[in-house]
Design a protein around this ligand. Structure first.
Ligand code: F6R
Length: 260
C-alpha cells in the first residue's frame, strides 16, 4: 500500500486524478471502477478539467460503478445513476453503452448481480478502481462483517451508513435500507486501487484500514491484501496514522522522485 498525504482536498484530488490520467494515457480503453459520495467529487472535477483543457480522452473507456441504492429510480436526485451523470458522465466523452451502474430497480437481484460480475469479466476486468471509505470503514456498501471474498449482491445498510447518508435526504426515513454493491472480493480483483479520504471524520477508519488488522469489521482493511493500492489523503484524514513519517519518507525516497 502506498499512502500519499496532501495538504488539502484539492491537492489530494488532483494527485489521484493524475494516476487515473496516467492509466488512460497508457491504456486508452481502460476499464474504470467508479465510486459516488462526496469524496471523489474533486477527483471527477479534475478529470473533467483534464478532458476539457488537456484533451484527456474517454472515448474508449468503460466504467463500472460500485453500487446503487435499491428502490430509487434512475431519475431520483439521490440515485447513484443521477449522481454519476450530473457529476461526471455528462461532462466527458464516455460512450453511453460503455457505462455500467448496478440496477436498484431490477426485478431479479441475484441474476442481475451475476450478470454484472460477468460483464466486468467480459470487459477484461477493472484496471483501476476508485474508492471512498465510510466512517465505519466500509468500501462500496460492504458494511462491517461483510465477507472479505464477497461478490456483487444485495446488502442491508448499517445504521451508521443510513445516518451518514441522511444528510442527502429530507429525513432519515427516506434513506434506502438496501443497496446493490460489488463485493470486497470483486473489488480486490481490480489491477490498481485508488482509495481517497478527506476530513477528520475519516481519520479513525483510515488508521484502522491501513494500520489495523485485516478484519471484516473494517472492510477497507482487506485492501492490505491487494498488491497495488494507493491511498490519497488530506491532512485531516491522515491525522491518526502512527506510521505517518514513514509514508512521507517512502515517497521522498521513491526512485525517480524529484529532489526537494
Ligand atoms: C459510494 C461508496 C461508499 C462511499 C462511502 C464514503 O459509491 O461506495 O462506500 O465511498 O460511503 O462516502 P462519502 O464520500 O460521501 O463520505
Amino acid at each position: 500500500m502506498e499512502v500519499i498525504i496532501k495538504p488539502d482536498y484539492q491537492q489530494m484530488s488532483a494527485a489521484a486524478a493524475r494516476q487515473i490520467a496516467d492509466v488512460l494515457n497508457r491504456k486508452p480503453n481502460a476499464v474504470l471502477g467508479m465510486a459516488t459520495g462526496s469524496t471523489p467529487l474533486g477527483l471527477y472535477r479534475e478529470l473533467v478539467r483534464l478532458h476539457r483543457e488537456e484533451s484527456l480522452d474517454f472515448s474508449q473507456v468503460t466504467t463500472f460503478n460500485l453500487d446503487e441504492y435499491v428502490g430509487l429510480p434512475v431519475t431520483h436526485e439521490q440515485s447513484y445513476h443521477y449522481f454519476m451523470h450530473e457529476n461526471f458522465f455528462k461532462h466527458v466523452n464516455i460512450p453511453r453503452q460503455n457505462i455500467y451502474i448496478p440496477s436498484g430497480t431490477t426485478s431479479n437481484f441475484p441474476s442481475f448481480c451475476q450478470w454484472y460480475e460477468q460483464r466486468i469479466q467480459d470487459c477484461g476486468g477493472i484496471d483501476v478502481q476508485i474508492l471512498g471509505i465510510g466512517s465505519d470503514g466500509h468500501i462500496a456498501f460492504n458494511e462491517p462483517t461483510s465477507s472479505l471474498s464477497s461478490r456483487t449482491r444485495l446488502k442491508t445498510l448499517a445504521k451508521p451508513t443510513i445516518e451518514d447518508n441522511a444528510r442527502f435526504f429530507d429525513n432519515k426515513e427516506q434513506v434506502p435500507i438496501y443497496a446493490i454493491t460489488m463485493g470486497v472480493g470483486t473489488i480486490l480483483e481490480a489491477d490498481e486501487i485508488v482509495l481517497l479520504a478527506n476530513g477528520k471524520n475519516k481519520a479513525k477508519a483510515i488508521a484502522a484500514a491501513i494500520e489495523g488488522p485485516v478484519t471484516s469489521m473494517i472492510t477497507a482493511s482487506a485492501l492490505q491484501l491487494h498488491p497495488d493500492t494507493r491511498v490519497y489523503l488530506d491532512e485531516d484524514a491522515a491525522g491518526q496514522l502512527q506510521m505517518r513519517e514513514y509514508y512521507d519518507w517512502v515517497l521522498k525516497m521513491k526512485p525517480g522522485a524529484p529532489k526537494a
